[in-house]
Design a binder for this molecule. Sequence first.
Ligand SMILES: *Cc1c(COP(=O)(O)O)cnc(C)c1O
Length: 369
Amino acid sequence: MKIPMLDLHAQYETLLPQIRAAMDKVMSEHNYIMGHQVKEFEDKMASYLDVKHAIGCASGTDALVLAIKALEFGPDDEVITTPFTFFATVSSIWRNGAKPRFVDIDPKTFNLDPDQIEAAINSKTKAIMPVHLFGQCCDMTRIMEIANKHGLKVIEDNAQGIGSTWDGKMSCSFGDIGTLSFFPSKNLGAMGDGGMCLTNDDKLAARLRQLRVHGEGPKYYHKCVGLNSRLDTIQAAILDVKLDHMAAWSEGRRKNADFYNRHLAEVSQVKTPYIAPQAESIYNQYTLICEDRDGLLKHLKSKDIGCAVYYPLPLHLQECFTELGYQRGEMPVSEEMAEKVLSIPIYPDLTEEQKLYVVAAIKEYYQRR
Ligand SMILES: *Cc1c(COP(=O)(O)O)cnc(C)c1O
C-alpha cells in the first residue's frame, strides 16, 4: 500500500464537472483579472468567516505582506510572533522593514504562548501576529486582552486554520486583519496560488484593495506603492465551488484524527495532538510528538507512508535572520518540538484500511526497538 501525505484525487473527481463549468465560464467571459467571480467569492468567504470585508490576493504570503503594509509598519517597529511556523509569517514582517520579535510556543498546542507575550512588549511593539498552527486557533481571548491592554494591532495568520473556531467564534474574525492561503495543501486549496485578507475595518479594507493594485486609485494615479497581487478570476471561480464542501472535508479530517487518537492512545512513545477545550481544529496537519522521531520517519517512508516534519528549524535560528541575534536555547520549546514532531496523512479521503496501515506501521516501529 502507498499512502501519500496528501491525495487530492478523490476531491478532484467528485467536483470535476462543477469546476469545469466554472472555468469554462471564466474562459468564455475573458475577465481573467478581477472578474465578477472574485467579488462573489470574497463576499461568500466574508460571510462564512463572519467578517465584514474580504480582499482576495495572489498568495497567503502576499496577504501577510499587504496586511503589514496596510497597517504601515516599518523600520523600528516590532511585531511579536512565533518562531514555530512557516517562513512566510516572519518574512512578511522582515520584507516590510519591520522586526520580528519571537515569543516561544505552548508545548501542548504548538501555538504562541500567551503567558510569555507581555514580557516581550516594549515601546517599539506595534502588533501581535498569532498563527493558528496545524488548524488549531490560538487562545484569542488572552491574545486580544493583551493587545487591547497595550494598544497593539493583531494580525491572524490563518493560512492553516480556515474554518477553525475559538469559543465558538471563527478564526480570522478576532484581530484587525486575518489572512488566508489557498495553496493547494491548505484545507481550502486552489489549483495554483491564492490568498486573502479579512477585516472588519472599512478603512483598512479600502487600503488593502488599493495596495493589491499597485496602490492605485484612480487609475494611473498612485497614493502609495503597492503590489501587483490579485486573486485570479479562475482561481476564485474554482474556490467558490470548493468552499461549499470545505466544512465537510474538515469534518472528515476531524473523524480521521479521532481514529488516530483512539488507535495510538496505547503507544506510549507518541503523543497525539492536544486540542484546547475552547478550540475546534480543522486539522490542516495531524502532528505527533514522537520519541526517536527520525527513526520513525525513516520507517514510515520505507513503508510508503507519506509523513513530514513541520518544521525542522525554528525561524529564530534561520541563517537569513542571523542579524536579529537570536541564539540556540532562547526558544527552548520550539527547538525541542522541531526535533520531535512528525505529521502523518490526515486528508479526508483516507480509507479505514489506510489509517489502520499507518497505525500498524507506527506500532511496529516501536515494538521492534
Ligand atoms: C502556507 C502558509 C503561508 C503562506 O501561504 P502561501 O499561499 O503559500 O504564500 C503563510 N503562513 C503559514 C502559517 C502557512 O502555513
